[in-house]
Design a protein around this ligand. Structure first.
Ligand code: DGJ
Length: 696
């Protein structure tokens, strides 16, 4: 158990039910195992294969962190250029330290003065290992890092693996995909400056696994900027991957004595995708989320965006707030439009003074009004951006990423501020600090609505560092604000799910996973999101989106949004009394079950196309309570109506009392899990919420 060293320099790391083994020696560090646990003393150094004119020994060795150079032709984890003109790195083992649950392997390129420390930390309770690399310059001169991945990874055996991810785009995030990697390379990445909407920064590899069966290997990057996963299958059938910050246009000048630390990768092995998600959920709660709110149930919030857009003002926000309070919301968030000349997306970003026209008396009367209604107040900001139509841009046109010889590309009429400049960081910290000091604000929705372009940063000796430095600066500002204002919650948003990752979630308390709030689309988005990310952090608004094209009952919309951190975004001023009463009833129900949803173990039992309906459940950690959400999709009138619901994750020795809108029964956990109940759902977009209580 734990971390052991045997037979020279063979290291075994056992984290819960997973073992990871490696061997250090003259050629650096070789990978030995990632899988189930065996006795540490049985591991052997990998044999050196004969070389021939086309295969060097390195082709046959699985390495832990291979640098570019020599006879190594696969994807590398590290590439450096040295001041002597050498562009290759050669790492030798120089020492190891075991410190409780952490193993540190030190590798050195003595002739070029470079040290690399590979750090492995056991997260025992979730059977996960957190990996990172720290690169240090011992050369007395600058070293240019051109690539520094967080981890190189090797999957066991030579069979084909299926690679799962959740791919998409704006408004269509997190749509699960699975493909078999037969040969060559598969790349998932973000080149945009943020995590972006297109893929999840993670390797998920399996062979014939299901939700609750089969072996799944996963490695998830904790980084909120551009990233890259290259996974490849070689001539011998071995599948390996390199995962970390994207090396596209990236480099970093490491001064003598300085260190560069890569973001972490969380790697694990699970029995099925459901087990993977539950382990990662637990990891996020225990080790990743900012501590202050990690174990606090998140409030039901109201957000004004879909109701009032940019046209906010005191009277109308207060009117919404009154209704939000009546239906049971606990926090009122005023979204975009409250500052400067912000009447559309064409102007105002960067000038963070309260609009005198919309709020002639400042924000205080609105905040006081919201508080008097028994809610906390939150507000939207987009600190990393500027509209050219702003005072800030007029005064500091050089505060954006730009090249003097290029016309800046406007997207949503805005430009990205150069956060690598200390004066820009200070500007952002100061306006946010002032906003939080002057107003009783308990919630910040931090948005980011466009990718980087024309990435000139004349302030940096090496402008290619900006990809890394920008994300670090965002995290630093948020951390400093949190330190000074510890009771404020932070939500990360980037045009929906563009900044959803375990790196951002170590600074922000939650994310806004998509601008698409159509409930049926959302079920798919939530399913993909839930593969890797904690359900508690998933803000989910009930809105009126698409209500004309596809009317959906409030019950259904709530049944979808209750599967995360419930929120409301409907225009409450347009709802009838009876509709408001329904909202109130659903919110009251959510408050009774939210501890199970936000902190329970999540089960994705059914989902189309293989399942007839969506059936997702949450079981409290002790198995005493559970809640299951059944949502039909667009089922036809053929046999799709007849569904057997089996409820995973219950205690089979317990007896549960189960209540829903349509049913009330008592059954054993074993029966509910193994046999299940037969139901008939006649209508498309119909929902049922089952609440389980252990009675024996
Ligand atoms: C994009 C976000 O995803 C929306 O929720 C909203 O905050 C708008 N920006 C406001 O401009």
């Amino acid at each position: 158990m734990g971390i052991t060293k045997s037979k020279g320099n063979i290291f075994s790391i056992v984290s819960g039910d997973m073992q990871y083994a490696l061997c250090a020696g003259p050629g650096g560090a070789a990978h030995l195992h990632w899988g189930a646990v065996s006795p540490a003393e049985d591991f052997e150094e990998p044999p050196l294969r004969e070389e021939n004119s086309n295969h060097a020994p390195l082709d046959f060795i699985k390495t832990e962190y291979i640098p570019y150079g020599g006879t190594m032709y696969r994807e590398y984890a590290l590439k450096c250029s040295f001041s002597n003109g050498c562009r290759e790195t050669a790492l030798e083992f120089s020492g190891a330290q075991i410190n409780g649950g952490t193993l540190e392997i030190t590798l050195e390129d003595k002739s070029c003065g470079l040290e690399v420390r590979l750090i492995y930390t056991c997260r025992e309770s979730c059977s996960i290992i957190e990996r990172r690399a720290v690169i240090k310059n011992l050369s007395g001169r600058d070293i240019l890092i051109e690539k520094a991945a967080s981890a190189e990874l090797h999957l066991p055996g030579e069979e084909e693996y299926e690679i799962t991810n959740a791919n998409g785009s704006w408004g269509a995030e997190f749509r699960q995909s699975r493909q078999t990697l037969k040969s060559g390379e598969l790349v998932f990445e973000s080149r945009k400056g943020t995590t972006a909407h297109h893929h999840m920064p993670a390797l998920i590899a399996s062979r014939g696994a299901g939700e609750e069966s089969g072996e799944v290997f996963f490695a998830v990057l904790g980084w909120g900027g551009s990233w890259k996963l290259s996974v490849s299958r070689d001539f011998a059938g071995r599948t390996s991957a390199v995962l970390g910050i994207n090396d596209r246009d990236f480099s970093y000048t490491l001064k003598s004595g300085e260190e560069f630390e890569t973001p972490p990768v969380y790697l694990g092995r699970a029995r099925g995708f459901g087990d993977m998600s539950r382990r990662l959920n637990e990891l996020a709660l225990r080790h990743i989320l900012p501590r202050r709110f990690a174990y606090e149930a998140l409030p039901v919030l109201y957000n004004s965006w879909e109701a009032t857009g940019f046209g906010v003002n005191e009277a109308q926000q207060l009117k919404l707030a009154k209704r939000a309070a009546e239906i049971g919301c606990e926090l009122f968030v005023m979204d975009d439009g409250w500052f400067s000349t912000r009447n559309s997306d064409k102007s105002g970003l960067g000038d963070w003074d309260v609009s005198k026209i919309k709020f002639p008396r400042g924000l205080k009367p609105l905040i006081d009004g919201v508080k008097a209604l028994g809610m906390e107040f939150g507000i939207w900001v987009e600190p990393e951006m500027v509209n050219p139509k702003s005072r800030l841009y007029k005064e500091h046109p050089d505060w954006t990423y730009h090249y003097d010889c290029r016309t800046p590309s406007l997207l949503r009429s805005q430009l990205v501020l150069n956060l690598t400049k200390p004066e820009v960081q200070k500007y952002i910290f100061d306006f946010m600090d002032k906003l939080l000091c002057e107003n009783d604000i308990r919630y910040i929705k931090w948005d980011m609505n466009r990718p980087f372009s024309e990435t000139g940063a004349e302030n940096l000796k090496n402008p290619r560092e900006l990809w890394y430095r920008h994300t670090k600066a965002v995290f630093k500002i948020v951390d400093e604000l949190r330190k000074k204002h510890p009771d404020v919650q932070f939500e990360a948003c980037a045009s929906g799910g563009g900044r959803t990752d375990l790196g951002s979630l170590s600074h922000f308390d939650m994310v806004w996973p998509s601008d698409n709030t159509d409930p049926l689309d959302r079920l798919e988005i939530q399913r993909g999101y839930s593969l890797l990310y904690p359900q508690k952090c998933m803000r989910a608004w009930v809105t009126d989106t698409n209500s004309e094209a596809r009317p959906v009952s409030a019950a259904y919309r709530f049944a979808v949004s209750m599967q995360g951190a419930l929120a409301v975004g409907s225009d409450l001023s347009k709802l009838s009394r009876s509709e408001l009463a329904q909202y109130k009833k659903h919110i009251a129900l959510y408050k009774k079950i939210r501890h199970i949803v936000q902190f329970g173990r999540r089960y994705r039992v059914l989902a189309p196309p293989s399942g007839k309906i969506y059936l997702n459940g949450f079981v409290s950690p002790n198995g005493d309570e559970a809640v299951y959400f059944a949502c039909t999709a667009a089922n036809s009138f053929f046999e799709d109506r007849f569904v057997t619901l089996r409820f995973d994750g219950l205690d089979e020795n317990a007896v549960y009392e189960v209540k829903s809108e349509h049913r009330h029964f008592k059954k054993s956990g074993a029966y509910l899990m193994n046999r299940g109940i037969d139901v008939v759902y006649y209508k498309p977009l119909e929902s049922e919420i089952f609440i389980f209580k252990r009675i024996k």
